[in-house]
Ligand binder design. Structure first.
Ligand code: SF4
Length: 333
């Protein structure tokens, strides 16, 4: 029986949640599968022991699936001037055509699975997202390429949140990636079946503060799009909204933008809160601005007053809980 923590297993439904499970593609070796060229793995404890509670992994090992076997001869990327080839280190066997054909087919199949993101193994000639070694004629490598599977996936799924396991050790990159996984799931659900403009307006309203923390300009652009949406085809609105929404969230939320959002929230309590409580709340926001407390502190206080004072508009704002609190993504300095 699945023990995943989905929206159905909690009551009341948290703001980050969605009815569908969050499917995330992953380089198989990061899950501990022994698929590497030497028969080993690269298990990543955060992914397998923490994030695993919230997502359904879709493992992919390009080199095993294309038929290279385990163990196998390692391959590397080699620049031939006009193109980048995938070459066996000893035999010099050229795997490029097989890998590209397989990758096209695999990516097409993955599109049908409603993936919400992908975690790649860094540095791999198949899975690396960026800065993969590409060898030139002189035999020296330059860190300038992407793995053949990773580049095919990123070209076809332009809005899909993608990251490498190494970069997820950076607290800010980790928070941004995971926030986008949950956001993309909600976006896919919005556009499922016969969606209405009214549904899009409600979605956009619920995400206002979250978007403002990332990109005030992106929020404005999305607002203009929603306002003009009645004169456009549904397909056009969907494509444009999805592009702008995911691009806005890909901008890293900054401390000054969070402070603006928190001040905006405090404005909703102005009449109901007495002077002492308001000053206390303001002090916590000031402490966050100064880097003395992490973001989770003022946001928890704001959420407390939203519940206590029944501030309906804020109660719906995804910003207050964009991802499960157990992941502690807002607890870093
Ligand atoms: S990096 Fe990619 S190709 Fe290499 S073992 Fe891991 S999943 Fe397989």
């Amino acid at each position: 029986m699945s023990t995943k923590r989905t929206s159905k297993s909690r009551d009341p439904q948290p703001l980050w949640a969605d009815h569908a499970s969050i499917r995330v593609g992953i380089s198989s070796c990061l899950l501990g599968e022994q698929v590497r060229w030497d028969g080993g793995h690269k298990r990543d404890r955060f992914l397998t022991d923490v994030l695993d509670d919230y997502v359904e992994w879709v493992p992919v090992c390009p080199e095993f699936e294309v038929g290279m076997g385990i163990p196998r001869e390692p391959v590397r990327l080699v620049s031939s001037g006009r193109s980048t080839r995938m070459i066996g280190v000893d035999t010099k066997h050229d795997w490029t055509a097989e890998m590209r054909t397989w990758a096209r087919r695999r990516v097409r199949d993955l599109r049908a699975m409603d993936l919400c993101g992908f975690v790649f193994k860094k540095g791999s000639p198949s899975c690396g997202m960026e800065r993969v070694k590409v060898y030139v004629k002189s035999g020296h490598p330059a860190r300038q390429g992407s793995g053949l599977f990773a580049s095919e996936l990123m070209e076809r799924f332009t809005n899909l949140p993608v990251e490498e396991e190494g970069r997820l050790n950076d607290a800010k990159l980790r928070e941004n990636f995971i926030e986008r996984l949950f956001a993309y799931r909600r976006l896919l659900s919005l556009f499922e079946g016969r969606w209405r403009i009214g549904g899009l307006v409600a979605f956009h309203t619920r995400h206002k503060l979250q978007l403002l923390a990332h990109s005030p300009k992106g929020y404005e652009r999305l607002g203009r799009l929603v306002a003009r949406s009645k004169g456009m085809t549904r397909a056009e609105v969907r494509a444009k909204y999805e592009n702008l929404f995911m691009a806005a969230l890909a901008e890293k939320a900054t401390r000054p933008r969070h402070v603006n959002v928190l001040q905006h929230c405090i404005g909703y309590f102005r009449k109901e809160l007495d002077g002492v409580a308001r000053a206390e709340l303001q002090e916590v926001v000031n402490d966050y601005r100064a880097g003395v407390v992490p973001l989770v502190v003022p946001v928890t206080m704001v959420a407390h007053y939203v519940r206590m004072l029944s501030v309906e508009y804020l109660a719906d704002q995804v910003y207050l809980q964009p991802h499960p609190k157990e992941l502690m993504l807002r607890n870093h300095a």
